[in-house]
Design a protein around this ligand. Structure first.
Ligand code: NAP
Length: 349
């Protein structure tokens, strides 16, 4: 199989401008993904973390002091002088933080799943649009060099008209009803945590489906353990998607068209390789590595959007977030799960 490699894209913000400014980030949450995001921030010289918010001052200090950032409560964080806020709390604890930050004019990058519910997502999107404040779901997959390239190839007609997407994302996790991945009050379940990726990749290449048919399994506490989805389009296109917390799956996504296919090699949610199969030709492998763990690309993208004065990302527009959230809601309703939004203590002091 012929192959070639792309160099990682340079992680610079803006093009041709001599005025490079630093974006001062705040981070809400001190868990796993907040740590990964901070680790990758070092790859973006124009990004700086200036404040960390936590439910407890002690935890905020533990996290912030080694990084030279201010240790704040969530209430203080959403009122702080920031250029951007990254929200890395569990899904039901996104909405309150994001609404407060938007209310104070702070641009927000919100972890997936954007919210726990579709009404929660609508609340946030309406607030952002009304305030004219930048807001984006942290669907970092869309900013990966390999995914950007796949989109370019599709737009260039390399595989003809896209007719279907197939994607799977499963990980084996030991059931622990107190853990974020399983606890209903923390938005537990496969669909909001992993299913969001398969749905979002289908949305990215096919657009909003006309129909959703889903089946799945539940844990003893009623959160979803797995789901299989068929997304249908009135013109005959379709997507077959699976997600589970009960088994490691291949983690592959394939976009198929009338003249070939593009495989986003595992793990498709941050792939570093594509396999392009054109009708009548030998498969071509293309390496497109990411920088660091891959989170820096979305940081750069947000900073570029802010520098350009945008209030929405062209790669991850809010309508796509709402449509993905709608598919998740349809899926969860069909398998008998009703997530709820939570609350976040935003008192200061
Ligand atoms: N993009 C990715 O690759 C990726 C990977 C993993 C997770 N995520 C997303 O990021 C979010 C956080 O996931 P995570 O794995 O980082 O979770 P985590 O390790 O459990 O951390 C979540 C943090 O949120 C804060 N928090 C605020 N309110 C909370 C509450 N009521 N209960 C528990 N924690 C609360 C906690 O910090 P304090 O105690 O300091 O307040 C906690 O450390 C989720 O939405 C998840 O889907 C994204």
């Amino acid at each position: 199989m012929p192959s070639y490699a792309l160099q990682p894209r340079a992680l610079t913000v803006g093009s041709g401008s001599s005025a490079v400014t630093t974006t001062r980030w705040g981070i809400a949450g001190t868990g796993g993904i907040a740590t990964a995001f901070l680790d990758d921030l070092v790859h973006v010289p124009t990004a700086e973390v200036v404040a960390i918010g936590s439910r407890t001052r002690e935890r905020a200090r533990e996290f912030a002091e080694p990084r030279g950032a201010a240790a704040l409560t969530y209430g203080e964080l959403v009122a702080a002088d920031l250029d951007a806020l990254y929200v890395a709390t569990p899904h039901p604890q996104h909405r309150d933080l994001v609404l407060a930050a938007i209310g104070n004019g702070i641009p927000v990058l919100v972890e997936k799943a954007f919210t726990a519910t579709l009404p929660g997502a609508h609340d946030v999107v309406e607030a952002a649009r009304q305030a004219g404040v930048f807001c984006m779901e942290a669907m970092w997959t869309r900013m990966q060099p390999a995914v950007l390239l796949a989109r370019e190839l599709v737009a260039g007609g390399e595989i003809g008209d896209v007719t279907s997407v197939h994607a799977d994302f499963g990980a084996y996790r030991v059931y622990d009803p107190t853990h974020r991945l399983f606890a209903p009050e923390l938005g537990g379940g496969a669909v909001l945590d992993l299913g969001v990726y398969v749905i979002s990749i289908a949305q990215h290449f096919l657009g909003t489906p006309d129909g959703v048919t889903a089946t799945g399994t539940l844990y003893p506490n009623g959160t979803d353990a797995s789901a299989s989805l068929l997304l249908t389009y009135d013109d005959g296109r379709g997507a077959t998607l699976i997600t589970t917390l009960q088994a490691a799956t291949g983690g592959r996504a394939t976009v198929t068209g009338t003249r070939g296919s593009i495989e986003l090699s595992p793990p498709f949610h941050h792939p570093t390789r594509l396999v392009v199969r054109r009708l009548g030709e030998e498969a071509q492998q293309i390496d497109a590595p990411a920088v660091g763990r891959g989170y820096a690309h979305q940081i750069v993208h947000v900073q570029e959007c802010l520098a350009a004065g945008l209030t929405e990302s062209p790669l991850m527009p809010l309508q796509d977030t709402l449509d993905v959230q709608w598919v998740m809601q349809q899926t969860l309703e069909q398998i008998g799960v009703s997530p709820q939004e939570g609350t976040v203590d935003l008192t200061t002091g």
